[in-house]
Design a protein around this ligand. Structure first.
Ligand code: ATP
Ligand code: MN
Ligand code: MN
Length: 308
């Protein structure tokens, strides 16, 4: 029986065999979320998060003492990592430390055991590391930008993608902004996808220079929204849907339906504390059709290569 995520699929959470040490350690002291609480959260959202974290290289924000302690952004493994955490050499950099990934819930709970509070996957799977299966537009509001303007920016990215025949989905970042994500059939290489995203960001900045910028230079960002396309290069990452953030309040990056966007739902509205109830109340995961909506980007003839 195939069940949709959301609704009753959330009723029975799967279990992990990974043993947690110090289950009562407070990872988010302000929100009262412990290590065990985080493990329960990920078990509850497992079906929804799995397609976005399994079988992909991961960068991780690790805070072994919780958000009050020191955090490390890391792409490589640590001492004592759970066996369920997989290590795979990067075929393009075989001498580097291997890439980190998970294949199942035990891997995800292995991350929790190690104090991982943010999961940042590549936009590609190990099945096709050179051909991304998604594009992401990270909307970063500068100083003085009101939330409805960020929503308008997301809708504009959506419309420009739709004009190119691509469907897109929106999520809160759990921080300050929104992320618009377009699923791709993994055909075009990073070297094609990144310029595509840059062209779209540049176009928005050119058409409305008072609203948008496409370059990271801080000075230009006051009162404007950075259309950050730089998450779309090989080895770049963005926070996963349903991942928690190592920020006060235990926020999560929450997938939304487009019609959910509203001034009432700010970028850090959803947290470890209210997400499971939201999913249980939803008729349907707003991103249920994400993979089915994937389209290939046109591959320029000059870059076409033989693939199996
Ligand atoms: P916000 O809404 O606050 O912008 P965000 O997740 O979009 O939240 P950004 O600062 O826009 O945050 O993007 C940071 C991205 O850069 C992350 O998604 C992460 O994958 C990547 N990154 C690269 N280096 C680091 C680092 N040292 N610490 C955190 N993120 C890093
Ligand atoms: Mn951002
Ligand atoms: Mn950014």
């Amino acid at each position: 029986v195939v069940r949709e995520s959301g609704g009753d699929a959330m009723a029975q959470a799967p279990r992990s065999k990974v043993r947690l040490t110090h289950p009562d350690r407070l990872y988010w002291p302000d929100a009262g979320v412990t290590k065990a609480g985080l493990a329960d959260y990920y078990a509850e959202v497992w079906r929804a998060i799995a397609p976005f974290v399994v079988n992909r290289p991961l960068a991780l924000v690790r805070c072994p003492e919780g958000i009050a302690g020191q955090c490390f952004f890391q792409k490589h493994v640590w001492r004592g990592a759970a066996k369920a955490i997989r290590l795979m050499p990067d075929p393009k950099a075989p001498d580097d430390q291997p890439l980190v990934s998970v294949a199942d819930l035990d891997g995800l709970i292995g991350l929790v055991q190690a104090g991982v509070l943010e999961i940042h996957p590549w936009g590609a799977t190990f099945d096709a590391l050179e051909q991304p299966d998604q594009m992401i537009f990270d909307l970063d509001p500068g100083e003085g930008v009101a939330w409805p303007e960020v929503i308008a920016a997301a809708l504009e990215v959506r419309a420009r993608l739709a004009a190119r025949g691509l469907e897109s989905f929106v999520k809160t970042s759990g921080g300050k902004g929104l992320h618009v994500v377009a699923p791709l059939v993994p055909k075009a290489d990073w070297t094609v996808v990144k310029p595509f995203t840059k062209a779209l960001a540049d176009e928005m900045a050119k058409d409305a220079p008072d609203r948008f910028v496409a370059t990271v230079a801080k000075a230009k960002r006051t009162g404007r929204i950075l259309i950050d396309y730089l998450r779309n290069g090989r080895g770049s990452t963005a926070v996963a849907p349903y991942s928690t953030r190592a920020r006060p309040g235990a926020p999560v990056s929450m997938p939304l339906a487009w019609e959910d966007l509203s001034p009432e739902i700010g970028p850090a509205h959803f947290t470890v504390l209210n997400t499971v109830a939201r999913l249980a109340a939803l008729e349907r995961d707003p991103w249920a059709d994400f993979r089915a909506a994937a389209k290939p980007l046109p591959v320029p003839a000059s870059r076409r290569r033989k693939r199996d």
